[in-house]
Ligand binder design. Structure first.
Ligand SMILES: [Zn+2]
Length: 160
């Protein structure tokens, strides 16, 4: 049995906040605003896993109103939903994700992001794809006001 899930996430960018993507600190004068570490890439992947499990969304599992998740490390949030998948007898086959950010260029950081995600998911590097693109100066991402990410994940019944 296969299960597929999709996730997306957007955070407003603010000066003086660290920019976290895929658990990597990206050098930038602005970072994501939010209750946790505002890691849009990890939140999109986490939502995709939850979607594949038909288990609601990240806001339901880690509510903003709960002080436990203030400045939370999103690798830990992802790790929790991966644990939930394992509890259901499912394991991750592969992830494909795209980050949308106008600047800085993310290419030098993509491998580190993939390595972090690979470690949490317990899969090989060749099973985690992270791409980056700009919005060509259009919309909120294009104007440098936001960072956004989109992810799909495929799970398989581990008992096969
Ligand atoms: Zn988020």
């Amino acid at each position: 049995m296969f299960r597929i899930g999709i996730g997306n996430d957007t955070h407003k960018l603010a000066e003086g906040r660290p920019l976290m993507l895929g658990g990597v600190h990206v050098a930038s004068d602005r970072g994501g605003e939010g209750h946790s570490d505002a890691d849009a890439l990890l939140h999109a992947i986490t939502d995709a896993v939850l979607g594949a499990l038909c288990e609601g969304d990240i806001g339901m599992h880690f509510p903003d109103s709960d002080p436990q998740w203030k400045d939370a490390n999103s690798l830990q949030l992802l790790s929790r939903v991966v644990w939930l998948a394992h509890e259901r007898g499912l394991r991750v086959i592969n992830v494909d994700a795209t980050i949308m950010l106008e600047r800085p260029q993310l290419r030098p950081y993509l491998l580190s992001m993939r390595e972090n995600i690979t470690e949490v998911l317990g899969v090989e590097l060749s099973c985690v794809s992270v791409k980056a693109k700009t919005a060509e100066g259009l919309d909120a991402v294009g104007q440098g006001l936001a960072v956004s990410a989109l992810a799909v994940v495929l799970l398989e019944n581990a008992q096969r």
